[in-house]
Design a protein around this ligand. Sequence first.
Ligand SMILES: *[C@@H]1O[C@H](CO)[C@@H](O)[C@H](O)[C@H]1NC(C)=O
Ligand SMILES: *[C@@H]1O[C@H](CO)[C@@H](O)[C@H](O)[C@H]1NC(C)=O
Ligand SMILES: *[C@@H]1O[C@H](CO)[C@@H](O)[C@H](O)[C@H]1NC(C)=O
Ligand SMILES: *[C@@H]1O[C@H](CO)[C@@H](O)[C@H](O)[C@H]1NC(C)=O
Length: 348
Amino acid sequence: MEAKINKPWQLVLSLLLVANCMQHYCVHGNSKKAHCMYIFGDSLSANGNNNNLQTSAKSNYNPYGIDYEEGPSGRFCNGETEADIIARRVGISRRIRPYLNSSASDRAEAANHASAAAGILPETGTHRGENINFQRQIRNQRDIYNEIANRLRSYKKAEHYLGRCLYYIRIGTNDYLGNYFLSQFYNTSSQYTLDQYADLLINQLSGYLQDLHGIGAKKFAVYGIGDMGCIPYARARFGQNGGCYEQFNIAASIFNKKLEALLSRLNNMLRDSKFNYVDATAGANIIPPGFTVVNASCCLTVSNATCVPNSTPCPNRNEYRYWDGIHFTQAAYRDAAERSYPPINDLL
Ligand SMILES: *[C@@H]1O[C@H](CO)[C@@H](O)[C@H](O)[C@H]1NC(C)=O
Ligand SMILES: *[C@@H]1O[C@H](CO)[C@@H](O)[C@H](O)[C@H]1NC(C)=O
Ligand SMILES: *[C@@H]1O[C@H](CO)[C@@H](O)[C@H](O)[C@H]1NC(C)=O
Ligand SMILES: *[C@@H]1O[C@H](CO)[C@@H](O)[C@H](O)[C@H]1NC(C)=O
């Protein structure tokens, strides 16, 4: 009955399946781990998919990656992102590759679909050029599903395998910063109130999450939007006297409430699956021990957004919450990952 193994990566996949079986049936103790993981989202989680796209939303230059083993990789951070930290924590031992630079054997274990500037709405972020929007990220995941089903000669087996993977989903910030609140490029704010716009986003997201479920996904960690009114970009461009811009935080909290309600509906509707909400605003009002600067970026920025190429960043990067005008430092991601882990661990 076993398909003949004639490609190295097919062997990898078989071993992963065996490992999963062992995990499920034979191993006891505190070994709750994910053997596979797929990441969806934007620049908060990106690790290189935009490097060769026609877009200005890139970070594969210095000083990005100054504290990362490979240097600038396309991560919008000095070091590891929260997705990297969570991946290791759930037991993915290899670095997860960006989908556009992954081999079939990489993709059978994990892939990162995240793309800077991407949002839930296809038009979001397109003023920067190309991005892989959420719908396309799911289409790429469908290609992985087909690839695995071909190798296993069974869609059922592919679904069984993919149903044990962790799906890390963190998207929506750009639908505000790179759409609704960017009226020189987008007219959504003249068409929708914040409440209507959140409904629109949540309805789209609902369809997309069900699409993912249709291609085997069962363990969903879905992040809300963080306190985007407090990022240095928002403080400098919209806030008063360097304070947070509350309108952005209000938008985030409207979205987050509706997201939590959606996930609870999906939990009732799709009983073979689990959708856990991850609160990205948790700890927003706490200054973690050791942090001294939480209102400014560590690197010099272009227009209070991304780092000035080849600029010298602050030396005390572990004391800063924000790396550039929009994204967190590795230190802040490590701190946040502590709080994100419980709802993620609950899926495993
Ligand atoms: C793929 O990743 C490798 C290793 O990180 C890098 O050297 C290479 O330039 C990347 N290729 C593409 C097409 O992005
Ligand atoms: C908003 O812009 C889109 C194109 O970006 C256009 O198709 C649509 O008609 C516009 N809607 C309004 C109400 O201006
Ligand atoms: C915004 O950019 C200006 C000019 O580079 C800088 O002086 C200011 O400190 C920045 N604001 C924040 C909040 O980073
Ligand atoms: C950050 O806060 C400190 C202390 O309140 C203040 O001195 C500094 O000007 C603020 N920086 C920015 C960029 O707003």
